[in-house]
Design a protein around this ligand. Structure first.
Ligand code: DGL
Length: 269
């Protein structure tokens, strides 16, 4: 049985997760929705982001998605619990900052976490810290403006570098040896982060682990696609179709067609 999965984010960030899913399961049909009309999510209220996530999920299910990947830490913090209650028949995969592997791997005992403000405020973050960060000092930065620079395709320019240096230099002074990327946009700037922190600091991109989790869940539902020929990916944006299409090669190395969805009175059509 060929089942599409739905993947969504506020914008291009979820493409880091999509990339990992495609590497692992190229034959899996995917519908990717970028809510670029509302990006960035990280500066909004939890309730507002939750509302977006519920409606996007409904939309993706109507488009044929059988499993939903909330490829956005901010939306996961704001809505994952509610989504599981509202759509009990749908399996969900969400994001949470990879504090557990970081705490297991750090030698210095000091770990930097980069995520949005909403992610740091939510109970999901408090819970991973409480469960996994014993004896580890976590230094947090919400990297103001970084998501917007990445949305613009500015992965190595001066503004992006300045935001990252402001976040990472104080952390380096305190001895971090590991950086957790708690926002799906940030893996696009790993080369720049690595330049700033140096080769000895480990940077954790959660996307490969998420792709494995998607495969496990598909397998447990008998939905794994038994083929290697690449499947279709349908891209939808609530923002500007042309811009998304134009910038796609910056993020995933190739271009696909992009369809439009529009918000109207809280509904996506
Ligand atoms: N990519 C998102 C995340 O993982 C959202 C960033 C934003 O829109 O602020 O948190």
């Amino acid at each position: 049985m060929t089942s599409s999965i739905g993947v969504f984010d506020s914008g291009v960030g979820g493409l880091t997760v999509l990339r990992a899913i495609r590497e692992l399961m190229p034959a899996l049909p995917v519908i990717y929705l970028a809510d670029q009309a509302n990006v960035p999510y990280g500066v909004r209220q939890l309730e507002e982001v939750r509302g977006f996530a519920i409606e996007i999920t409904r939309y993706l299910i109507n488009q044929g998605a059988k499993l939903i990947v909330v490829a956005c830490n901010t939306a996961s913090v704001a809505a994952l619990k509610t989504l599981r209650l509202e759509f009990p028949e749908i399996p969900f995969v969400g994001m949470e900052p990879a504090v557990k592997p970081a705490a297991e791997q750090t030698h210095s005992g000091v770990v930097g976490v980069l995520a949005t403000d909403v992610t740091f405020q939510g109970e999901v973050y408090a819970s991973v810290v409480e469960r996994f960060a014993h004896g580890v000092e976590l230094l947090q930065s919400h990297c103001p403006g970084l998501v917007s620079q990445i949305e613009k395709g500015n992965l190595e320019g001066q503004e992006t570098r300045a935001i990252l240096e402001n976040a990472l230099h104080p952390m380096l002074e305190k001895g971090i040896d590991t950086v957790v990327l708690g926002c799906t946009h940030y893996p696009f700037v790993i080369p720049l982060i690595q330049q700033i922190v140096g080769p000895k600091v480990r940077v954790i991109d959660p996307a490969p682990a998420i792709a494995l989790q998607v495969r496990r869940l598909l397998g447990s539902h008998g939905w794994l696609v038994d083929s290697h020929s690449p499947a279709e990916v349908r891209f939808i944006t609530t923002g500007n179709r042309e811009t998304f299409k134009r910038d796609m090669p910056i993020f995933i190395g190739e271009t696909f067609g992009v369809a439009a969805a529009h918000w109207q009175n809280g509904r996506l059509i």
